[in-house]
Write a protein that binds this ligand. Structure first.
Ligand code: I6G
Length: 456
């Protein structure tokens, strides 16, 4: 087909299968501006908080009677904005900071369920479609099975696999990944008669060929909203995709308009999150890590435990005050919580299970790396090593920061190599990077001549 299209370019169509197989790799993704910003949602963690949301909605609308809500599962994937002009997919962008995202059109074109051309005659002249790209659990398992049999690195969970697949610079790789979309709203649009309701918008999206979650329902009372939450929470484990909550939206678009926004979140929608997932495990040790600015952070080393879809072996203990609050001992049974993509944390110590040989965790008075006093600066919660650039840990972190992608972007100078260079005394500060000696670099453990030359 590709050969034929090269011979007869007039026969090549937007929706040709040749447009789905990926193209040659790119070096980076361009930044693009969304025509209408992508919003974020406020969260609710209990029925009471949903009730409070509904109260605020009715108060603003001056209504005594119930407001109708559209209820949808909140997928744990990657948000996307698809731009169609005259019914043809022109651009696909990540959410980014909400105003600008990355242009990942080549990758998104490879996702079979995303229309390259809208169905029907009555398509808008311009249409931004918002939705969530995700990987089904079955697709994820199969992909990891294949990776395992090749001896490749495995993905941690479907969400990371979906996000990683979308960020491939080579869209031919994305084309091999089992990605899917559920569309959940529109952004900017021109040239169509907007329906009266959000569920009407979803029906239009469906008609144009977008997959829309079949579990969307209309709730005509707060009670119905609670029932929907309970039903989905029960069905959650049997779904073929990960969700982290429910989204409630005022269904009537005129009411949505009247309610408006606060900063970047709509007043007419809320995400009712499922409770964070918690598991108990044993605290094996606590490591005190020293950061670039000297902040000393306690990191709990745990007996690995499977929480919320990933194996957790490290958790944050935040700071000295948190250690004091928990009164934690090495050897204790602890409750680890993992919510969304944040660093897992220890929320509780099961003191009843404390073994006789447990050892109290004491925050160090001296830096574990350079021995300088650890101090609290003013009323800060963090404790800091006072060694400044005398401290090898602070120097290492400063050099890593300098070399990182958003700073000097020094290719080939990863964290491990910075550690080696500092530990071997080949560099003390960023200045020394520019006077590195080739023979000394090649002399480092596991350093290939070619990598050394690339770095230099
Ligand atoms: O992040 C989201 C997930 C699902 C959403 C969303 C959604 O609807 C089902 N809807 C909106 C309006 C926004 N984020 C901003």
């Amino acid at each position: 087909l590709q050969t034929l299209e090269e011979q007869f370019p007039a026969l090549k169509t937007t929706e040709s299968p040749t447009q789905r197989v990926g193209t040659s790799p790119v070096s980076h993704f361009d930044e693009v501006e969304h025509l209408q910003p992508m919003l974020s949602l406020d969260n609710a963690f209990s029925d009471d908080e949903v009730q409070e949301f509904d109260r605020r909605v009715r108060e603003r609308l001056n209504r005594k009677d119930a407001v109708t809500y559209a209820c949808e599962p909140k997928l744990d994937g990657a948000a996307i904005s698809l731009l169609y002009r005259d019914g043809k997919l022109e651009r696909a962008a990540t959410r980014g900071d909400g105003r600008t995202g990355e242009d990942i059109t080549a990758n998104v074109r490879t996702i079979a369920s995303i229309p390259l051309k809208l169905q029907g005659d009555d398509v808008p002249a311009v249409l931004e479609v918002r939705g969530e790209i995700f990987m089904s659990r079955a697709g994820f398992e199969q992909m990891n099975d294949e990776a395992r049999s090749r001896g490749d690195k495995l993905f941690v969970n479907p969400r990371n696999a979906a996000a990683g697949s979308l960020r491939q610079l080579d869209s031919r790789i994305t084309a091999t990944r089992p990605l899917a979309l559920y569309a959940y709203s529109t952004g900017y649009s021109e040239g169509w008669a907007l329906p009266d309701t959000h569920t009407g918008v979803l029906a239009a999206l469906k008609k144009w060929g977008f997959p829309v979650n079949p579990l969307v329902r209309v709730a005509s009372s707060l009670e119905d909203c609670y029932t929907y939450y309970a039903d989905i929470a029960e069905a959650r484990d049997n779904l073929d995709y990960d969700i982290d909550g429910i989204v409630y939206k005022v269904d009537d678009l005129i009411l949505q308009d009247r309610l408006g926004y606060v900063s970047r979140a709509p007043r007419w929608a809320i995400a009712r999150k499922f409770p964070a997932q918690e598991m108990s495990t044993r605290l094996l040790a606590v490591e005190f890590q020293v950061g670039r600015t000297g902040a000393v952070t306690p990191v709990a080393k745990l007996d690995p435990v499977f929480v919320g879809g990933v194996t957790v072996s490290n958790a944050t203990l935040h700071n000295k005050d948190e250690i004091d609050r928990l009164g934690v001992h090495v050897g204790d049974t602890v409750i680890v919580r993992r919510a969304g993509d944040v660093i897992p944390q220890i929320v509780k110590v099961v003191t009843e299970n404390r073994p006789d040989d447990s050892v109290e965790v004491v925050f160090p008075e001296h830096c574990p790396v350079c021995g300088s006093p650890v101090e609290r600066v003013g009323t800060e919660a963090v404790m800091r090593c006072s060694g400044g650039l005398v401290c090898a840990a602070q120097r290492k972190e400063a050099i890593k920061h300098f070399a990182s992608r958003k700073a000097m972007d020094i290719e080939g100078l990863g964290d491990k190599l910075v550690e080696q260079l500092v530990d071997q005394g080949l560099i003390r500060s960023v200045v020394d990077l520019y006077a590195l000696d080739r023979d000394e670099v090649i002399g480092l453990e596991r350093m290939a001549e070619k990598s050394a030359d690339n770095l230099l």
